[in-house]
Design a protein around this ligand. Structure first.
Ligand code: AMP
Length: 208
């Protein structure tokens, strides 16, 4: 059983690593950011609510996020475990999660701010399928075009420099306290998120 949390600042590679591990362990990769973006694309009520916060680089309120997460992890495919990517992001979310699920391990992806900014500004996403790319580290086969859907890649609004700065401040103030929270519970392991994707993936695997 592997119920895992990937913790770390935006741009540290949690999503990329969560995708790799979820394939390897055959457990779902649950990204609350992806679920919100999917809702925004489909213009649902939840999407409308979330986009107001996301566009500003702020966190979506805990009640909204917690209800959504609870529904997701109650599904059958989560019975054998899951990788949570981008949740919990506040102490209140972590307390909520502890009431609805046991957690086996928390991987803390560590990366310096300069590197985070460099990585995020290079990110591009497929508007159709959401596949992420990076103009430096994960280039599409054809510049600016998604390998899978052949549609043009875009820069997400919340990946523009002013918003990234805000997201980092929000991370420090609201999410970083979770490091100590999970250290105290003896669930936390640190990972250096700087090396190449494959190297970090190997390090993650060793920690599980
Ligand atoms: P991400 O793709 O994980 O970087 O998330 C993008 C945005 O979605 C964040 O900047 C928040 O606005 C929102 N979001 C994602 N996960 C959460 C969460 N657990 N709590 C609150 N807001 C979230």
């Amino acid at each position: 059983m592997a119920r895992l949390i990937f913790l770390g600042p935006p741009g540290a590679g949690k999503g990329t690593q969560a995708k790799i591990l979820s394939k390897k362990l055959h457990i779902p990769h649950i990204s609350t950011g992806d679920i919100f973006r999917e809702n925004i694309k489909n213009q649902t009520e939840l999407g409308k609510k979330a986009s107001e916060y996301m566009n500003e680089g702020l966190l979506v309120p805990d009640e909204v996020t917690n209800d959504m997460l609870k529904e997701r992890i109650s599904r059958q495919d989560c019975k054998i475990g899951y990788v949570l990517d981008g949740y919990p992001r506040t102490i209140a979310q972590a307390d909520f999660l502890s009431k609805i699920s046991k957690i086996d391990r928390v991987i803390n992806f560590m990366l310096a701010d300069e590197e985070i900014i460099k990585r995020i500004s290079g990110r591009r996403t497929c508007k159709t399928c959401g596949t992420p790319y990076n103009i430096e580290f994960m280039r599409p086969k054809k510049t600016g075009i998604c390998d899978k859907c052949l549609t043009p890649l875009v820069q997400r609004d919340d990946e523009k420099p002013e918003i990234v700065k805000k997201r980092l401040e929000v991370y420090e103030a609201q999410t970083a306290p979770l490091i100590e929270y999970y250290q105290k519970k003896k669930l936390l392991v640190d990972i250096d998120a700087f090396p190449k994707i494959e190297e970090v993936a190997l390090a993650v695997e060793k920690m599980i």
